[in-house]
Design a binder for this molecule. Structure first.
Ligand SMILES: Cc1cc2nc3c(=O)[nH]c(=O)nc-3n(C[C@H](O)[C@H](O)[C@H](O)COP(=O)(O)O)c2cc1C
Length: 181
């Protein structure tokens, strides 16, 4: 009888703990450059929301050589399922709000972000997309990402020129406050 009571208490405690994780915010991103522009924006979002930040990690790491990344990235984007990613450490199902950020590659998402969206159905979540880019701008990232994830809240996108990331914190915070209202 004591054992049954103990198990029941443990079960109740587990429910409480997993419930505590719920309603939180998870900020997912991919970042390749040494500067980590998208990572920096992700960290500001996580800090502003009190959320958890995690990188989407490709099973096979990208080369640190720009020319090789260009070659592989271009080839992967031409195929529809080409960049398997590692399972996340944080279970996204336990969060109500999920931010998904990508650097712009060839005018759209980086392949690891696309893979994550292809592999996971975020329909029950509130999803916000953000990106950092070079001189080409955000391209079709938001449109493409929303095709894979219709759960995204319309009209809430945030994009930023990669070189401006250092001074972008106030704008990111204002955006987060606006979309989280
Ligand atoms: C493979 C590759 C492709 C890129 N393609 C574009 C592009 O099409 N348009 C653009 O504006 N920037 C492009 N960039 C620049 C990145 O989007 C930009 O520097 C971004 O801020 C990098 O983010 P990160 O530091 O998180 O990797 C590209 C960068 C890489 C490595």
């Amino acid at each position: 009888m004591k054992k049954v009571m103990l198990l029941a208490c443990l079960g109740f405690l587990c429910c409480l703990l997993s419930g505590a994780e719920k309603n939180g915010t998870l900020v997912l991103y991919y970042s390749w450059s040494d500067a980590g522009n998208t990572r920096q924006v992700a960290e500001i979002i996580a800090k502003s929301t009190g959320g958890v930040c995690e990188k989407i990690v490709p099973e096979q790491a990208y080369s640190r050589k720009y020319a090789e990344v260009l070659k592989r990235g271009r080839a992967e984007l031409k195929q529809s399922k080409s960049c398997p990613v590692k399972p996340l450490k944080n279970d996204w199902r336990k969060y109500d709000v999920i931010f998904v950020g990508s650097p712009i590659w060839f005018g759209t998402y980086a392949p690891p972000v696309r893979s994550f969206l292809q592999q996971n159905d975020l329909r029950s979540k509130k999803v916000f997309f953000f990106c950092t880019h070079g001189k080409g701008g955000a391209g079709t990232y938001f449109k493409d990402a929303k095709k894979l994830c219709p759960a995204a809240v319309p009209g809430t996108e945030f994009s930023c020129y990669g070189n401006h990331v250092k001074k972008i914190a106030p704008k990111v915070k204002t955006w987060v406050e606006k979309v989280m209202k």
